[in-house]
Write a protein that binds this ligand. Structure first.
Ligand code: CA
Length: 237
């Protein structure tokens, strides 16, 4: 879904604004276009879902109150469909329950109406922040290596077929070879907030990763550090 960062460096960032009130939608899209974002507008959550499936937006600004499915349900369905475009929720109600609900759906951030334009822009910059323009260097431990820009990884000559989550985990390990990473660090680095409650998910995914980067090659690079977490051997196993 996501194009390689290198291919997009010169492309304007594209946002999807989901807001049913015409005045607010117009205000938002005009302000964002002035900041040189490309902006599409959807008035319904149902429309936002297919639009997000068809276009690799850099971020989605999603109002909670919509006709049909609301913003929270829209976000939930986006995530359920495997769409991980950053989502900024707009909520009119300054209620804690709403905020929690927003983040529980897999939203990345929220803003309470009324908000200032400068605050919205700052949040969007944070959500769409890219790695620096220069191509990141390959990460390597022995013959296990990963190209963050191309989003590809190899064991020796064999390219590894990793899910997005497995890739994120391997990248975390390869950024700190030889160091023990706690489950909390791995969760923070590779998962969204919504997953925090599932405490064994790190163990499950380290297991998946071993099946792909170690077992087929008769290696053992990912070591369990009892009661703490995991460590990637700096020699690649
Ligand atoms: Ca609305």
């Amino acid at each position: 879904m996501r194009a390689s960062p290198g291919a997009r460096d010169n492309v304007r960032m594209r946002l999807l604004v989901v807001e049913d009130e015409p005045k607010m939608a117009e205000l938002l899209s005009r302000a964002l276009r002035e900041e040189s974002y490309a902006v599409d507008v959807a008035g319904r959550g149902e429309d936002a879902l297919w639009m997000a499936g068809a276009t690799p937006y850099d971020a989605i600004v999603l109002d909670v109150t919509l006709p049909g499915i609301d913003g929270l349900e829209t976000c939930r369905r986006l995530r359920a469909s495997g769409c991980w475009i950053p989502v900024l929720i707009l909520t009119a109600r300054d209620a804690v329950a709403d905020r929690v609900a927003g983040l529980d759906t897999g939203a990345d951030d929220y803003l309470t109406k009324p908000f200032s334009l400068s605050e919205l822009l700052a949040r969007l910059r944070a959500l769409t922040r890219r790695v620096p323009q220069e191509r990141p260097v390959d990460l390597r431990a022995g013959d296990l290596w990963l190209d963050p820009a191309a989003h590809r990884a190899w064991r020796g000559e064999s390219e590894l077929d990793l899910s997005a989550r497995e890739f994120a985990l391997l990248e975390l390990f390869l950024r700190r070879p030889g160091q023990t990473l706690t489950r909390g660090q791995l969760l923070d680095g590779a998962w969204d907030m919504a997953y925090e409650a599932r405490s064994n998910i790190v163990d499950v995914y380290v297991g998946y990763l071993r099946q792909k980067v170690d077992r087929p090659f008769g290696r053992a690079s990912l070591e369990t550090v009892r009661n703490v977490g995991y460590r990637l051997r700096s020699d690649g196993g």
